[in-house]
Ligand binder design. Structure first.
Ligand SMILES: Cc1ncc(COP(=O)(O)O)c(C=O)c1O
Ligand SMILES: *[C@@H]1O[C@H](CO)[C@@H](O)[C@H](O)[C@H]1NC(C)=O
Ligand SMILES: *[C@@H]1O[C@H](CO)[C@@H](O)[C@H](O)[C@H]1NC(C)=O
Length: 373
């Protein structure tokens, strides 16, 4: 946040305007929508950055100073078209600031046209979830202006990195590439397998992701498609139950809001890292209540960890009730709290999603009878 706030304060003066993506980390969203307008009269128009016409239309001649977006959005994993967005911003004389926290090594926004790249170092770059730091990468002129004795946001607000921490971080940069490759290798493998289990998976490495081709065209070869994936469990209750089993029944990962750690971290974005957005803003950003964000770690072997995932899923099933639709040869599972308002469509979906039960006779069973309606 120090990187983001300092660079925005450096590039914008009172009365200035920012055009930003509707889907941003909750803290960045709060900075732009609440803090900067109140304290500095710097206002922001939020737009869907996949809609380039909307971005153009939001730019106010003479007032807009910055176009701000995340290369891969938190938590929805939309991928920004960095070359196109940079081109249209530059045509209007606007500085492009990209938050690349989700995709170090995978994407190099500066090489794709961005003017300034910011990173939360607390995530993948640190890799240890043990420091809270950030970085601004930009032209020498900007960096020098940020350290100006009279006008520099870094000089005057003082978010200076501790020299010992800086040294320690510099020792981790050389294996960032290796770490990213392994985060990405496991993320895509799990994304494929989770999809095969019938889960609703969002991962930019999958061909069904809207910006898969775009990411492929921008990504540095050999690193993969990012270490984060999302699973939409369709309700907060199911999201929490899945995370509970993944943490407490099988040790697949930890329920925690950070990312980029060597262990897998999971959070329900709606109620945690995106809680700064109200319901309408979350809907615009595409954040549903059951969305589970997973930052895939790399401890243990891939197969060991996957068997923990499967164990958690089967535990989740074990706490559910078997149903049978007589005369149709259909059997499936109803999960707790979902058994009140059941339609045939719902049952078929559950049946489809959960697959055949493993131990069909070991649990209570209900039978359903349908009239010809
Ligand atoms: C995309 C993104 N940018 C910035 C931040 C802020 O980082 P920090 O907590 O290191 O200030 C976060 C934190 O989650 C993030 O996800
Ligand atoms: C804030 O900026 C706008 C746009 O430049 C200006 O019209 C307005 O007067 C400013 N408000 C304050 C309180 O300075
Ligand atoms: C779940 O696991 C975590 C981490 O190991 C532990 O701190 C917590 O107490 C456990 N919670 C329950 C309800 O078992």
């Amino acid at each position: 946040m120090a990187a983001i706030s300092s660079v925005l304060l450096q590039l914008c003066s009172s009365g200035g305007h920012v055009v930003a993506s509707t889907t941003l980390y909750g803290g960045t969203y709060a900075l732009l929508s609440h803090f900067l307008p109140r304290t500095c009269n710097i206002t922001t128009t939020f737009v869907d950055i996949t809609d380039h016409e909307a971005v153009k239309n939001a730019i106010v001649h003479g007032r807009t100073k910055v176009l701000f977006f995340e290369s891969m959005s938190n938590p929805t994993l939309n991928v920004a078209d960095i070359p196109e967005l940079s081109k249209l911003a530059h045509e209007k004389g606007i500085t492009v600031v990209v938050d690349n926290t989700f995709s170090p090594m995978v994407l190099s926004p500066a090489g794709l046209g961005a003017d300034v790249v910011v990173h939360s170092i607390s995530k993948f770059i640190s890799g240890g979830a043990d420091v809270i730091e950030s970085a601004v990468c930009g032209p020498v002129r900007l960096v020098n202006s940020m350290m100006d004795l009279h006008q520099g946001a870094l000089m005057l607000l003082g978010p200076t990195m501790n020299a010992k921490v800086a040294f320690e971080l510099s020792e981790r940069i050389s294996h960032l590439g290796l770490r990213m490759k392994e985060h990405c290798r496991r993320a895509i493998e799990y994304a494929i397998r989770m999809k095969e289990l019938g889960l609703l998976v969002v991962y930019p490495g999958l061909e069904d992701h809207l910006q898969h081709q775009l990411l492929n065209s921008m990504a540095n070869k050999g690193y993969g498609f990012g270490g984060l994936l999302c699973v939409d469990m369709e309700s907060e209750e199911r999201a929490n139950r899945l995370m509970h089993h993944l943490q407490n029944s099988s040790q697949f990962g930890f329920i925690a809001v950070s990312l980029g750690y060597y262990e897998t971290l999971m959070s329900c974005s709606d109620s945690s890292t995106s809680s700064e957005l109200n319901a309408k803003e979350k809907a615009l950003a595409g954040i549903s209540t059951g969305l589970v964000r997973m930052s895939i770690g790399y401890t243990g072997t891939l197969e060991q960890k996957w068997s923990q995932f499967e164990k958690a899923i089967s535990r989740m099933r074990d706490s559910s009730t078997l149903f049978e639709i007589e005369g149709f040869g259909i059997r499936g599972l109803i999960e707790p709290l979902e058994s009140t308002d059941i339609t045939l469509k719902h049952l078929l979906k559950l049946f489809h999603g959960s697959g055949p039960p493993r131990h069909p006779w070991s649990r209570p069973m209900i039978s359903l009878h349908f009239s010809d309606k």
